[in-house]
Design a protein around this ligand. Structure first.
Ligand SMILES: Cc1cc2nc3c(=O)[nH]c(=O)nc-3n(C[C@H](O)[C@H](O)[C@H](O)COP(=O)(O)O)c2cc1C
Length: 176
């Protein structure tokens, strides 16, 4: 079984990025198990003084989750042409450890227009030495849609197939 940790950059209850990740978990091929990370909103703001023995429990939980998974999938909105602070904060807790080094990662996209954050996030994750899978990018346009329409789009057979194929391709990348 290939274990994948999915991280949404949005804390919104009706988040389209979180909905995309939940749908990926449901449509993953049987060899993959996708677990959605739920601690983003509980992480304290990163402070290098709080590393080592002083690492806060929620940060340790994230570090352990990333260390223990075979791969990471991130779906993230764009705020003011940037990566939302919550997600950047989570990534900052991983910088001075081994958790991200060589860890296979894939970005998926719920908004076709958020290209600044997409590029910035890829640059951050490459700099952290994630092994970023960049051959294929899953993009399902959900931006601005309300939950019922989001659910409808994500249930479309063509989109379900695309999600399954994207996770399969990423699983192939993880296996090497
Ligand atoms: C404060 C704020 C700033 C935003 N700035 C941008 C932006 O610069 N570019 C963009 O494409 N969308 C921007 N958006 C729109 C969000 O990226 C978009 O609504 C996205 O779908 C939200 O993701 P979510 O549904 O997962 O919460 C912004 C939204 C908010 C709340």
């Amino acid at each position: 079984m290939i274990e994948i940790l999915a991280i949404s950059g949005s804390l919104r209850a009706a988040s389209t990025n979180s909905a995309l990740l939940a749908a990926l978990a449901q449509n993953a091929p049987p060899v993959c198990r996708i677990t959605v990370y739920d601690g983003l909103g509980r992480l304290p703001i990163f402070n290098p003084d709080d590393e080592g023995e002083r690492t806060p429990p929620e940060a340790s939980r994230l570090i352990d989750a990333v260390t223990g998974t075979d791969g990471v999938i991130v779906s993230c909105p764009e705020y003011a042409h940037g990566v939302p602070g919550g997600l950047k904060n989570a990534l900052d807790w991983l910088v001075s450890r081994d958790a991200a080094v060589g860890k296979p990662a894939m970005l998926v996209h719920a908004s076709p227009r958020s290209l600044f954050a997409r590029e910035a996030l890829a640059e951050v994750m490459r700099t952290m030495s994630f092994a970023l899978y960049e051959e294929a990018a899953l993009e399902i346009a959900l931006v601005g849609k309300k939950p019922p329409e989001v659910a409808e789009i994500l249930a479309e057979p063509a989109n379900r197939l695309e999600m399954r194929e994207a996770v399969s391709a990423f699983a192939g990348f993880i296996r090497g």
